[in-house]
Design a protein around this ligand. Structure first.
Ligand SMILES: *Cc1c(COP(=O)(O)O)cnc(C)c1O
Length: 425
């Protein structure tokens, strides 16, 4: 009952996230196909370590499959792309006064500006660097997060025009972000589209000539073609998850989840009925049974809210997390079925091998698929499948300011050995 499987090889980690780069590439092509109907290109969002999938391998895969632009939240993420040799268009949008403004200007990364103070910082950094800052003005069309509110927009546009006349900045883009695009039919969607059209009209009348105008996140890319403008800006869909069940299933849009989280059972044993399981004894075995120990816990990004509810494929069946998720491990009740130490537990994946999906985990934990994949921790090695294809040419992308990653030409476009297993960010 508790023997080790003899077939289990040495050297395989206790838990690992397999990242299918073929899926990332085919997702980009599917999104590109939707955007291209509206003559739009793709900005693949690779913030937060590419939603937990690994910044650099995913960025390279996205470029190779036709993403003309990459988007990051922080300047540090954008600078990491440059440090790795990416030379294509990149926008980053989460700025604070103490951020690396000058390095970012020097790196030729587009800076999002939603307020006068940020425009001043970008212009000052440009003067210090002796070059023009590329800035994209962000309109708050209703999200209420970053971005310039409509009443301040004329002043920001005028200040940006003046900074262009000085040679300090060039306004390369005008953009905004949806609040409720993942709830198709939500009344805020059309209100935001109208507000964005107004902001564009004002900016263009004031003389701004942006390279790109963009608004569509994943749900809008999938469901709102009239929001595509020059670029779509998908994140979660790049990694093959649907933004929400209301939008649809990944396969409805030709998307395939790229992450599969697997663990090797650390223990399997028989216990009598009435046996308490894990901290607090919130689970008591209903009768004599087999308990399997999955060596992954909240330190690895397994939500503690999955206690008593998270689904796992073990020995051919879905099992449920028994009792609490601990820092490093949790238990599943095999109900008397047989398994051995080293046998595989699949927490989530694309679902076509019978395993649960990240969406199943999200439902079990009261969260969204985004959080399930993004929170997988630095202690979990990422293992890449589907090396970059040498010679795969980026598709032509309208709205592409500059070329794709010049470091990813034929024959050099390979995930190298040091990337093939890495320890997160
Ligand atoms: C995260 C993010 C996106 C991507 O959103 P998805 O819903 O993952 O497609 C796009 N734009 C901005 C500003 C973001 O912060």
């Amino acid at each position: 009952m508790s023997e080790q499987s003899t077939s289990f090889p040495d050297g395989l980690p206790r838990v690992r996230a397999e990242i299918d780069l073929d899926a990332v590439r085919s997702n980009i092509r599917a999104l590109h196909g939707l955007a291209a109907r509206n003559r739009a290109g793709v900005m693949a969002v690779v913030k937060a370590d590419a939603y937990g999938h690994g910044l650099l391998p995913c960025a390279r895969a996205a470029r190779a499959a036709g993403a003309a632009w990459l988007g990051t939240a922080t300047p540090e993420e954008a600078l990491a792309l440059r440090a790795a040799g990416d030379t294509g268009p990149v926008l980053c949008w989460l700025w604070t006064p103490g951020a690396p403004w000058r390095e970012t200007v020097e790196a030729g990364v587009d800076i999002s500006v939603g307020a006068g103070w940020a425009l001043d910082r970008a212009a000052a950094a440009a003067r210090a660097a002796g070059r023009t800052a590329r800035v994209q003005l962000k309109a708050d069309t209703g999200l209420g997060r970053n971005g310039c509110p409509p009443e301040d927009w004329p002043a920001l546009v005028a200040a940006a025009r003046a900074a262009e006349a000085d040679g300090a900045v060039r306004v390369t883009g005008l953009w905004s972000h949806f609040a409720c695009a993942d709830e198709p039919g939500h009344p805020s969607i059309t209100a935001q589209q109208r507000a964005f059209a107004d902001a564009l009209e004002h900016a263009e009348r004031a003389g701004l000539r942006p390279e790109v105008r963009h608004m569509a996140n994943s749900p809008a890319t999938l469901t709102l073609p009239e929001s595509h403008y020059d670029l779509v800006r998908p994140g979660i869909a790049v990694y093959g998850l649907s933004p929400s069940p209301e939008v649809g299933l990944p396969q409805d849009f030709g998307l395939r989840p790229a992450m599969t989280l697997r663990a090797a059972l650390a223990s399997v044993k028989r216990v009598p009925g009435g046996h308490g399981v894990s901290y607090g004894h919130h689970y008591l075995t209903p009768g004599p049974t087999t308990l399997a120990l999955v060596p992954a816990g909240y330190a690895d990004g397994i939500p503690r809210h999955a206690s008593g509810t998270g689904p796992v494929l073990v020995a051919g069946k879905w099992r449920t997390v028994a009792g609490r998720v601990a820092m490093d491990q949790f238990v599943v009740d095999l109900g008397g079925d047989t398994a051995g130490a080293g046998d595989e537990a699949v927490l989530f994946g694309p679902g076509d091998g019978g395993e649960p999906t990240a969406e199943d985990w999200a439902r079990a934990c009261g969260t969204i698929g985004y959080e399930i994949v993004t929170r997988i921790g630095a202690r979990v090695p990422r293992e890449y499948r589907g090396a970059d294809r040498p010679g795969e040419e980026p598709a032509a992308a309208p709205g592409a300011g500059r070329g794709a990653d010049s470091g990813a030409g034929p024959g050099r476009n390979v995930v190298n050995a040091s990337d093939s297993v890495r320890s997160g960010a």
